[in-house]
Design a protein around this ligand. Structure first.
Ligand SMILES: C[S@@+](CC[C@H](N)C(=O)[O-])C[C@H]1O[C@@H](n2cnc3c(N)ncnc32)[C@H](O)[C@@H]1O
Length: 267
């Protein structure tokens, strides 16, 4: 019998349990997640979020040709596959073996091979100063109570001048119901309520946890890791994007930002 949650909502849980929940959750959900979102993500494409902002157009990682680029929380490594095709030496990591297994399947389907390494973004198995850029598109950070560790690891493995770029759900979204219709346009929670969204079993086991940080929290986290913040990109919803992804879609996209991309570098 698969585990089933009996509570879903905003509630504090022990940090260790919250941070550990992602691995089993993504292992179990990987096939369904790819079936639902794989076409939008593309097998070898690099989108920063549901708005469809592409690295090909945004160039947030800078020049990648011939560069060593690390993806953390890579899921099935679609972004890294695009980077390899674009001439980068990309390497993809994720804590979930299930997501990486889907990545291996996509490698074989596309013929574009990306080295895949199972690793928690809080403890990367790489030497200091070994990458020119590190990034994640919605990986790792939202699922961790201690995301500062990810920022510190990104700073550690980056060469001086290298960029650390990460996208997350736009913090403003946390004040609104996760509903892509007009019902998602009225704020019902405090933007300042940092309790995570969790799903737990009867006996209190944490099956899923997602953490909210305000814009200021994210800024303080990257600065504390010794990084310099260069930009916060807030993609607008394009008129030709009819795709609905969870609470994201054109109805709310017309009024509210859905994604924030933080662009930082190691001095
Ligand atoms: C929404 S997916 C993002 C990946 C990819 N960009 C995509 O859209 O499919 C979130 C990913 O973060 C990974 N993740 C969660 N916690 C992590 C951690 N502590 N370290 C590394 N990856 C983690 C999950 O396993 C999952 O593959």
């Amino acid at each position: 019998m698969p585990d089933h949650f009996t509570f879903a909502g905003y509630r504090d849980v022990p940090d260790e349990a919250g941070g550990a929940a992602a691995r089993a959750w993504w292992d179990a959900e990987a096939p369904e997640y790819l079936a639902e979102h794989g076409a939008f993500l593309g097998d070898a494409d690099f989108v920063w979020g549901p708005e469809g902002l592409r690295e090909e157009d945004a160039h947030l990682l800078g020049d990648v040709v011939g560069r060593d680029v690390l993806e953390v929380g890579a899921g099935s490594a679609q972004c890294s596959r695009w980077l390899v095709a674009a001439g980068a030496r990309a390497l993809a990591t994720d804590v979930s073996h299930g997501m990486l297994a889907q990545g291996d399947r996509l490698d074989r389907a596309t013929g574009v091979r990306v080295p895949l390494v199972q690793a928690d973004a809080r403890a990367l198995p790489f030497a200091d100063a070994s990458f020119d850029a590190v990034f994640t598109a919605f990986g790792a950070i939202p699922f961790l109570p201690d995301a500062t560790r990810v920022h510190r690891e990104a700073a550690r493995v980056l060469r001086p001048g290298g960029r650390w770029v990460f996208s997350v759900t736009h913090p403003l979204r946390w004040a609104f119901p996760d509903d892509p219709t007009e019902h998602g346009l009225t704020a019902t929670r405090s933007y300042f309520d940092r309790r995570p969204y969790v799903e737990t079993t009867d006996d209190g086991r944490v099956l899923y946890a997602e953490y909210h940080r305000t814009v200021g929290d994210h800024v303080r986290d990257v600065v504390a890791a010794g990084l310099v913040l260069d930009d916060v990109v807030e993609p607008e919803w394009p008129a030709d994007n009819a795709n609905v992804w969870g609470g994201w879609g054109p109805v709310r996209g017309a009024y509210l930002p859905g994604t924030a991309v933080f662009v930082t570098h190691r001095p």
